[in-house]
Design a protein around this ligand. Structure first.
Ligand code: ASP
Length: 612
């Protein structure tokens, strides 16, 4: 291979095949950098020694494919190229064969400057020849292999499930495949193998996994792919801990094998409630400190005074947000921080009251200032501010009064500030740092249902096969017919659902499942689904649940995202060989496309005009 030869090979004969990465014609001598997946070797063609090879070499252009036979020669000391592993040798050509020509490519794989992404996606085969892409695809292979090996060693079988199937309720739209044999009927591509993996548990395969493609038709979202890959698994008789241990095992193995990164397990754990309260977010970025409710540091009269002065609700947390080592913040910057408009998520009714100038705060309120700083362990280089819930009676009506929403706003502010100011300190750099700071976390006990404001109804927060905390059962039963009531206590029910989070990104979600048909029915009822409707959509599944279903649970993690993080890439498209654009278009094959009238007829399909 073109990356193999070393000084110790000097004197040996070698055959290399690859692409012409670059050709330098010095007249009687032509240098060719010959490239394949493994690297580049300098090949030398000398007119005097080998006139016929030299003639051929004169015709070579970038990306031509050639084979060369020659003798390995150690380079003179002053011509050694320290930048490449083969830099101590060159191959002196005896024979050169042109295997194929190439049109002049729209961009060169060896060039540092990248063309725009459309060009890269259209000519993906050229783009994939680039070092960075070769690295990413190899990394992807290593990650999947490490995961397969580890899960196999943990007793999991990889089992395939169908692509042409029925709808799976993961909250997105389905991609449909029309049936020719039964015109008017459609398969749905799976949004996940959820029901199949549960049926595998009923079928006696106690530990299943699959590195599997999932298909979700979602509206335009920047970093999503219409088809993406999950590491999907399911097991019988688990506690949440059991599932977590399995995941920690394969993630540790993958990070080690693929990137030499040692990660520490078990990962820290946190309930959803705690995550919201302390981080204002259900996927906390643990590289930044939590928010601190500093009310505990103050005397009641101090709190009263602040609440009065800042028109702030003292029964809500007074959150101290701290960005460590942000450095000196100029007066102008501080004023920007002080205006809500600077932070997109905190716009609108001034729900959050900010005290952004610690110096002024210290002057006006010396004792409280000192106390809260000590309480939150503020250091000299830190950026910090206080956020409280505004006490504006005229706004109270339009604001959601819940503490959760206040905390979420603070959480957005924390992240906005971090993005702006924490990048000044290394630990928060998102990419490109080999000594990456990987902070994993389990978040558990998510709400079972979430309110959908557009549809004015409660939806499953995870999916409808997730089980709830046993002690919340009575609450479910008492509110089973309140799917359209935004104030329904359904919102308080906790699920045995969990997410694994890395540096503020959700890597995967899972849950302990419902294994009893009567409970599954209740969940469907709470979701406003009639018996008939449930039977029509999931009849096969409800029936399977009646045949001795063991307790089971599982999880699915996004493979693309894991590889993206390990590669230090900014987009999923950098780690997927043939990705689609944000509008779900494949620019290389040009899909989707209209199909012929004959094909449509065969399928019994007529295309409606837009206005219809
Ligand atoms: N099927 C779920 C998903 O795709 C994961 C799981 O619950 O195992 O998010």
């Amino acid at each position: 291979m073109c990356g193999a030869l070393r000084a110790s090979d000097a004197g040996k004969k070698a055959v290399l095949m690859g692409w012409v990465n670059r050709r330098r014609d010095l007249g009687s001598i032509i240098f060719i950098d010959l490239r394949d997946r493994t690297g580049v070797t300098q090949v030398v063609v000398n007119r005097e020694l080998n006139p016929s090879a030299h003639d051929k070499a004169e015709q070579l252009r970038n990306e031509y494919v050639i084979a060369v036979i020659g003798t390995v020669k150690q380079r003179d000391r002053d011509t050694v190229n320290k930048n490449i592993p083969t830099g101590e040798v060159e191959l002196i050509i005896e024979e050169l064969r042109l295997l194929n020509e190439s049109k002049s490519p729209p961009f060169l794989p060896g060039e540092a400057i990248l063309p725009n992404e459309e060009m890269r996606l259209k000519y993906r085969y050229i783009d994939l020849r680039r070092d960075a892409m070769q690295f990413n695809i190899e990394l992807r292979h290593k990650v999947s292999k490490a995961i397969r090996d580890d899960l196999s060693a943990q007793g999991f079988f990889e089992i395939e499930t169908p692509f042409m199937t029925r709808s799976t309720p993961e909250g997105a739209r389905d991609y449909l495949v029309p049936s020719r044999v039964q015109p008017g009927s459609f398969y749905a591509l799976p949004q996940s193998p959820q029901m199949f993996k549960q049926i595998l548990m009923i079928s006696g395969f106690d530990r299943y996994f699959q590195i599997v493609r999932c298909f979700r038709d979602e509206d335009f979202r920047a970093d999503r792919q219409a088809e993406f890959t999950q590491i999907d698994l399911e097991m019988t008789y688990p506690q949440t801990d059991t599932v977590w241990g399995v995941v920690e095992g394969f993630l540790t193995a993958a990070f080690k094998a693929a990137a030499g990164q040692e990660i520490k397990a078990p990962f820290p754990r946190m309930s959803y409630d705690e995550a919201i309260k302390r981080y204002g977010n259900d996927k906390p970025d643990m590289r930044l400190p939590a928010m601190v409710d500093v009310r505990a540091a103050l005397m009641p009269e101090e709190l009263d005074e602040l609440a009065g002065k800042f028109r702030m609700r003292k029964e809500f947390p007074l959150q101290l947000i701290r960005i460590p080592k942000a450095g000196e913040i100029s007066g102008t910057e501080r004023r920007t921080i002080g205006t809500y408009g600077a932070f997109q998520h905190v716009q609108g009714p001034s729900f959050v009251q900010l005290m952004t100038d610690p110096k002024r705060f210290a002057k006006d309120y010396p004792a409280p200032s000192e106390k809260v700083q000590a309480f939150a362990k503020i250091e000299p280089d830190d950026l910090w501010l206080l956020a409280g819930a505004a006490n504006h009676p005229e706004k109270a009506a339009v604001m959601d009064q819940r503490v959760q929403h206040f905390c979420e706003k603070c959480g957005f502010l924390r992240l906005d500030l971090a993005q702006k100011y924490a990048s000044r300190h290394k630990a928060f750099e998102k990419t490109g740092d080999p000594a990456k700071d990987f902070r994993f976390l389990w978040v558990s006990d998510f709400p079972m249902f979430e309110w959908d404001n557009a549809e004015k109804r409660w939806n499953p927060a995870h999916h409808p096969f997730t089980t709830l905390h046993e002690e919340d059962m009575a609450k479910l039963e008492a509110n089973i017919d309140s799917v359209h009531d935004p104030k329904s206590p359904l919102g308080e029910i906790r699920a045995l659902a969990y997410d694994v989070v890395l540096n503020g990104t959700e890597l995967g979600s899972g849950s302990i499942r419902i294994h009893r048909q009567d409970i599954q029915k209740k969940i469907f009822q709470a979701l406003g689904m009639s018996d008939d409707e449930a039977r029509a959509r999931f009849g096969f599944f409800l029936e399977a649940l009646e045949y001795g279903t063991p307790p089971h649970g599982g999880i699915a993690l996004g493979l693309d995202r894991i590889v993206m993080i390990l590669a230090g890439a900014e987009s999923l498209r950098e780690v997927i060989p043939f990705p689609k654009t944000a509008r779900a278009v494949d620019l290389m094959v040009d899909a989707p496309t209209p199909v012929s009238e004959a094909q449509l007829k065969e399928l019994g399909i007529a295309i409606r005009k837009a206005q219809e």
